[in-house]
Write a protein that binds this ligand. Structure first.
Ligand code: GAP
Length: 435
């Protein structure tokens, strides 16, 4: 039978990717499920399925390899999520980690003030949800940290917060790491872990949720060398995404204006990605000066300074912080990989073309690395294929698939971005070669 050539088609640009199609692909193929779905779900919380967990693990492994394993000036830690409440007083989060919020008295929907202003462009008096005019309450500061209690009594003294960033776990361990590793400046401490923010307006799938994972590194440097190291980490982090296949046209660096800088920051760049919702922050790289170590020294009464043996000077190091989101990175990798192709061989065979999804992941990011596909599920072919599968799975995440036609099986793997498929056919029995 003559094969029809598939139509050459340009790759979808990231802004053409529909978030709805992506959400549905993620659900269909076990990447991401709505959380607690059998109870109707809990807004903006997501569970990672069998392939999603591999995707996230690959992102975290690539980050850890690049920032910790392949360098001798960065070490890792894993700090507790629940920390002494004074940590958040010292860091400024107890007082300042808040968004001004208004509530529409008609529909009771809550908004961040900046969202309402952007929606209305000039006036801030119309509710974007129900269009009621002049129905907003006065703006009120809303702290984004989740409160909980340690022990059986729900009283003020027992109250703690779920960490809204992993960074503070690194700062409070500065002296522990310094004393146990005998590192000299400049050196960094890296951590990957969950963070929690009671976002007023979470949404856009896994872009902004209330529970997410961060990959953060605090790189401690001598004051005066901070600008140079800041530039170094901005470049380094931008190239990390490119090296993992993110297309250059979807990636850019944006310096923060003075009015955007966080209270602790001396300078900040965002690595931005062109998401389907437009250019948005993927990662922030900040020069935090000595704000955090100084604050913790003053609130804890403990010395957080560094003695420089070369110059016999004692000072509080400055810190450069690349801070990335695992979930937001997963979304960027998914959007960037997402493509559609016309499929010339649908079941009808009447020249009707179907569109099929192909994820073009970098091989380090792909959840499944190899699929083993015997041409027939009968012995001895299946037996040979299972031996190959057993050998390969010692090294990589490998799938074995013998159900349905070989074409369908290839399409299933294309849809989740598997870079290699191994077909075992009847010739394989004679020449021990596979396709
Ligand atoms: N320690 C600095 C810090 O936390 P941030 O800009 O607030 O800085 C860093 O957060 C990164 O964490 C963001 O660039 C984003 O990738 C991720 N992130 C922050 N809030 C998030 C949320 N609600 N949902 C998903 N990811 C989030």
């Amino acid at each position: 039978m003559a094969q029809r050539a598939s139509q050459p088609r340009q790759r979808l640009s990231s802004s053409q990717v529909s978030m709805d199609k992506l959400v549905s692909l993620c659900k269909r193929r076990g990447l991401v499920f709505p959380s607690s779905e059998i109870y109707g779900g809990l807004g903006s919380t997501w569970d990672y399925g069998p392939l999603g967990v591999e995707l996230k693990k690959n992102i975290k492994d690539a980050w850890w390899r690049s920032l910790v394993q392949s360098r001798d000036d960065v070490v890792g830690i894993d700090a507790a999520i629940l920390m002494h409440p004074q940590v958040w007083v010292a860091s400024g989060h107890a007082e300042g980690f808040s968004d001004p919020m208004v509530e529409c008295k008609e529909c009771n929907r809550r908004w961040r003030v900046d969202e309402v202003i952007i929606h209305n462009m000039v006036s801030d008096s119309k509710c974007p949800e129900c269009s009621a005019v002049d129905s907003f309450t006065e703006p009120r500061q809303f702290n984004l940290m989740f409160k909980t209690f340690v022990g059986p009594v729900e009283e003020g003294a027992a109250q703690v917060w779920l960490r809204p960033e992993t960074a503070q776990g690194i700062f409070v361990n500065f002296s522990n790491v310094l004393n146990t590793t005998r590192k000299k400046l400049p050196f960094g401490v890296a951590q990957i872990g969950k963070a929690f923010r009671n976002e007023i307006t979470p949404g856009n799938f896994i872009f902004r949720s209330r529970e997410f994972e961060q990959m953060e590194m605090e790189f401690f440097v001598k004051p005066g060398t901070d600008d140079e190291w800041f530039r170094y980490w901005v470049e380094e982090r931008y190239h990390w995404y490119k090296g993992l296949g993110i297309r250059e046209e979807n990636l850019r660096l944006r310096p923060h204006g003075d009015d955007e800088l966080a209270h602790y920051a001396r300078g900040c760049y965002d690595v931005e990605y062109l998401f389907p919702i437009g250019w948005s922050e993927l990662e922030g790289i900040a020069n935090r000066g000595n704000f955090d170590l100084s604050q913790h020294a003053s609130y804890s009464g403990k010395d957080m300074s560094y003695f420089d043996e070369e110059t016999s000077q004692r000072y509080t190091p400055y810190v450069i912080e690349p801070s990335a989101g695992v979930d937001r990175s997963a979304l960027a990798f998914l959007v960037d990989a997402y493509d559609e192709e016309s499929d010339p061989s649908p079941t009808s065979g009447q020249g009707k073309e179907e569109v099929r999804v192909v994820l073009r992941f970098h091989h380090d990011i792909a959840p499944v690395k190899v699929a083993v596909l015997p041409l027939s599920r009968k012995e001895p072919l299946a037996d040979r294929a299972r031996d190959i599968y057993a050998e390969l799975r010692k090294h990589w995440v490998v799938q074995y698939d013998e159900a349905q036609s070989i074409g369908r099986r290839y399409r299933r793997q294309d849809e989740v971005g598997t870079p290699l498929c191994v077909t075992v056919d009847f010739d394989s029995l004679d020449d021990s070669a596979v396709t």
